[in-house]
Design a protein around this ligand. Structure first.
Ligand code: BG6
Length: 492
């Protein structure tokens, strides 16, 4: 059983309380933490949004949300009822003046609580909500503000948001969420690398041939077409989630696990990322957009039809890139990354491909010689697999074949893997910012993404179409095969 240490009593105000994120992720995450006894009974979760609604109506909405998004086996009726009793609601206009007195009065009932303000709203409101919190005297030492992505759509807008929030909250009280950092296996990367000498010693250009990071999704843009079409895969996934994974893979050992030590090391990786110039863009990047096809055996329409028939959109729903980290450790080791919607599998994994042995003592006909490969599966079926060459059993001479040392975390630990938001929300209450992004990280990542977005914008050709249910445009396969390598593809 995992050890669960209760956090301090808190009042968590969720702005955007009727939105999708609250319904799908935040309420289920808080429910699980409550059910496991981590949330003290004096805590409150206060929904805030513009809609006029009673606290009871909000509880009913929350009950429906939990029934939809928490598996029935985990919905224990008495726990559910008790959890809902901790919910409250105020109608507040984040951009205007209405409702703030009511919120102030509610919070004044328990002045000593830790106070996370979770902004699950459009980023356009971050500045005005923070100003209002300050004007109404609602920011104290125990307050924290949680910012959901996207933090801007380029460096300029990210800076504007960071400036507006930074005017009223000190950096230590700002928690910028990248939910990939809350995934158990992503955190496990730190354990794998820095608690095991065998891997860390091999983590260099001398031994590693290249690294692949794949984050595939089967879903399309669902109900988010409006947002997605102004964003695209580079802004939505690469600038944050994939770059964060790359940082954890590539960074040096932090001095300690404290927030700034870890973030200092990630920042160095981001700074070492080679900018993609207009000159390189053709050879090291591929943009795709899904066309009609089939996913999980079911026919699905293309991206433009998902937008309602918009035929001009040049938004990319798939990206493959060959990246370089310009540092002593990684010189000459490419990082191939790809992500997309409507791919054949929901799959996130990091593959570390080691170099081939320099010389073989085995006769050529004895085996297909495979260099070792470490596959870190982030989802689904979290685990680690190391592919090693072994002797084919039996008396028939010396034949080799690849075999796997395979650890499935769920099978090993026999417990549910918590959703990323569970961990991250409790870290906010604890004031532990290790798994959150610091301002400089976000801005350096945007500066890098901006140069690529500009190079793409200057090109005449649109993203390449790929059939839904495929691994992206064939150019993405060519991107890696040109270098004599292939994407790791495995059906789970
Ligand atoms: C979000 C993106 O940040 O991550 C979504 O905005 C994407 O477009 C989602 O679907 C993927 O998260 P996960 O945890 O399902 O891999």
């Amino acid at each position: 059983m995992a050890t669960i240490i209760p956090v301090a009593s808190f009042d968590c105000v969720v702005f955007g309380a009727t939105g999708d994120l609250t319904t799908r992720k935040l309420l289920p995450a808080l429910y699980y933490r409550y059910k496991d006894g981590q949330i003290p009974g004096t805590s409150r979760i206060i929904g805030a949004s513009r809609s006029e609604m009673s606290a009871d109506a909000f509880r009913e909405r929350a009950r429906d949300a939990l029934k939809r998004f928490v598996p029935a086996r985990d919905l224990v009726e008495d726990k559910l009822g008790a959890f809902l009793d901790h919910l409250d609601y105020v109608a507040v206009d984040g951009a205007g003046d209405d409702g703030w007195e009511d919120l102030s009065a509610k919070l004044a009932e328990r002045p000593d609580q830790v106070r996370p303000y979770y902004l699950a709203t459009s980023p356009d409101l971050y500045g005005s909500i923070c100003r209002n919190l300050s004007v109404h005297g609602l920011i104290g030492e125990k307050s924290r503000v949680v910012l959901e992505k996207p933090i801007g759509k380029d460096l300029k807008s990210a800076r504007a948001i960071n400036d507006a929030v930074g005017e009223v909250f000190p950096e230590e009280q700002i928690f910028r969420i990248d939910h990939y950092l809350g995934k158990e296996t992503v955190q496990n990367l730190l354990a794998l690398r820095f608690a095991n000498t065998i891997f860390e010693r091999l983590w260099t250009a001398d031994v590693i041939d290249h690294v692949q990071i794949t984050v595939g999704e089967t879903v399309g843009v669902e109900g988010r077409a409006g947002y997605y079409d102004t964003s695209g895969a580079l802004r939505d996934m690469v600038q944050n989630h994939l770059l964060q994974l790359l940082c954890l893979m590539a960074m040096e050992s932090p001095l300690t696990l404290d927030a700034n030590s870890v973030r200092d090391e990630k920042l160095k990786v981001l700074r070492a990322l080679k900018p993609i110039t207009p000159h390189d863009v053709q050879s090291v990047t591929v943009r795709g957009q899904y066309a009609a096809g089939a996913v999980d055996g079911k026919p699905v329409q293309g991206y433009r039809a998902d937008l309602g028939g918009e035929t001009e959109s040049r938004t990319e729903t798939f990206v493959a890139l060959k990246l370089e980290v310009q540092s002593w450790r990684w010189a000459g080791v490419p990082f191939y990354i790809r992500t997309g919607k409507r791919l054949p599998q929901k799959l996130s994994e990091i593959v570390v491909q080691f170099r081939a042995s320099p010389f073989s003592i085995f006769p050529a006909e004895s085996f297909g010689r495979e260099p070792n490969r470490l596959v870190i599966r982030l989802q689904p079926e979290e685990g680690i697999k190391l592919e090693v060459m072994t002797k084919d059993p039996g008396p028939g001479g010396m034949r080799l074949r690849p075999t796997n040392l395979d650890i499935s975390f769920e099978e090993t630990f026999k417990q549910r893997y918590p959703d990323a938001y569970e961990r991250l929300l409790m870290d906010v209450v604890r004031g532990n910012a290790t798994l959150f992004m610091r301002r400089d990280e976000v801005e350096v990542a945007w500066a890098w993404a901006d140069s690529l977005l500009k190079a793409w914008a200057d090109r005449p050709e649109p993203p390449r179409a790929y059939p839904a249910g495929s691994w992206g445009p064939t150019a993405a396969i060519a991107l890696i095969e040109r270098d004599g390598r292939t994407w790791h593809e495995e059906v789970h």
